[in-house]
Design a protein around this ligand. Structure first.
Ligand code: SF4
Length: 340
């Protein structure tokens, strides 16, 4: 049996042909199962024999919601998976709409020093349906219309790229959730081959790259992935992505007190990004138990901001969403994994 929420339009058409059905049935099935509320497979306006075949081939999966933490700006959800592991997602409440931040792996092997998820070693990649169902479950529980997706929860999406590409295609299916490509953002720690592959795919969504340091030596200490891909390789891939798809790249930069927040770091960052269609998003560090880092003081963040501005580098500061629900990635699942 196959979970229908893990199948793209084209794959569904191929499977329908395999079971002796017209591929055009996909145009009835997908709009119905992604409708609000979603239709049961056996309730579709199709012949009895067709419904029997569908019911014998597909099912509609649903994630079990274990916990929800709510705040004014963000709600955090912890979902249980079939194999006993758990995964978290966040509903971000923006002025312009509701955005869901989805996870792509159970745990993460990238080991970023400032991130709780780096301590939950990767157990496995999420399937396509487990990603889709994070969004469907949040839509069902919250009753909100979801208008955007951030692929920046737990896990490195470019290490699970085949499934993530199918997930994006499902999100964009016009008769289904119909989320526009400009409303989907994928965040990576800088997996260079994956950046090129996404750039050359049919769905080059908005790209955010977690940079967090302008020197390889410093970045290696914060982000071990720098051993695999140097900053210059990451920046080269970002330039390719931007130029090929006419996209503005976001560079995420978390402000860590006394670590990466000097004027010299800001100056070097401007030099690295010179001439690229991009901007730097300065993030206030959401301090959590178990990590020694502290957020830079406000004046230091403003000083860093001013150097970038003076050099003509685009810069914004992220609104702090969800600190009270531990919305920094991985925190809720980490607490679930270890005894409270
Ligand atoms: S910041 Fe992202 S890539 Fe780094 S350890 Fe956390 S989840 Fe993994």
């Amino acid at each position: 049996m196959t979970d229908i929420y893990g199948i793209t339009y084209d794959k569904l058409k191929a499977m329908l042909i395999e079971i002796g059905e017209k591929p055009s049935r996909a145009d009835i099935i997908l709009p119905a199962v992604y409708g609000e509320p979603p239709a049961a497979l056996d309730s579709l306006p199709l012949k009895k024999e067709t419904l029997e075949k569908l019911s014998g081939t597909f099912y509609t999966g649903e994630l079990e919601c274990i916990k929800v933490l709510t705040s004014e700006t963000a709600d955090k959800y912890l979902f249980g998976l079939g194999d006993g592991s758990s995964v978290e997602s966040v509903l971000m409440k923006h002025e312009f709409g509701y955005n869901v931040c989805v996870s792509t792996q159970v745990g993460c092997n990238m080991g970023c020093a400032f991130c709780m998820s780096g301590r939950l070693k990767k157990r496995r990649d999420l399937t396509v349906s487990e990603m889709t169902e994070q969004l469907l479950a949040i839509r069902r529980i919250s009753g909100k219309k979801i208008t955007g997706i951030s692929i920046m929860g737990i896990g490195e999406p470019l290490e699970n790229l085949a499934n993530v590409l199918d997930f994006i295609e499902i999100m964009m299916y016009p008769k289904g959730l119909d989320i526009g490509i400009k409303h989907i953002t994928l965040s990576t720690c800088g997996i260079v081959p994956g950046i090129y592959e996404l750039a050359d795919s049919s769905t080059p969504v908005n790209l955010a790259i977690s940079l967090h340091a302008p020197y390889d030596g410093l970045r290696e200490k914060l982000m071990p992935v720098t051993h695999r891909y140097s900053i210059s390789e990451v920046i080269g891939a970002a330039r390719y992505y931007s130029e090929k798809n006419n996209r503005r790249i976001t560079f995420e930069y978390v402000m860590l007190d006394g670590i990466n927040d000097t004027d010299d770091c800001a100056q070097r960052l401007s030099e690295l990004l010179h001439g690229m269609n991009c901007y730097v998003n300065l993030i206030r560090y959401n301090s959590n138990e178990g990590c020694d880092f502290r957020c830079s003081p406000h004046e230091r963040i403003m000083g860093f901001y001013d150097v970038l501005k003076k050099n003509g580098t685009g810069v914004t500061m992220r609104r702090e969403l969800g600190a009270s629900v531990n919305a920094a990635c991985g925190q809720l699942a980490a607490r679930q994994a270890s005894p409270l």
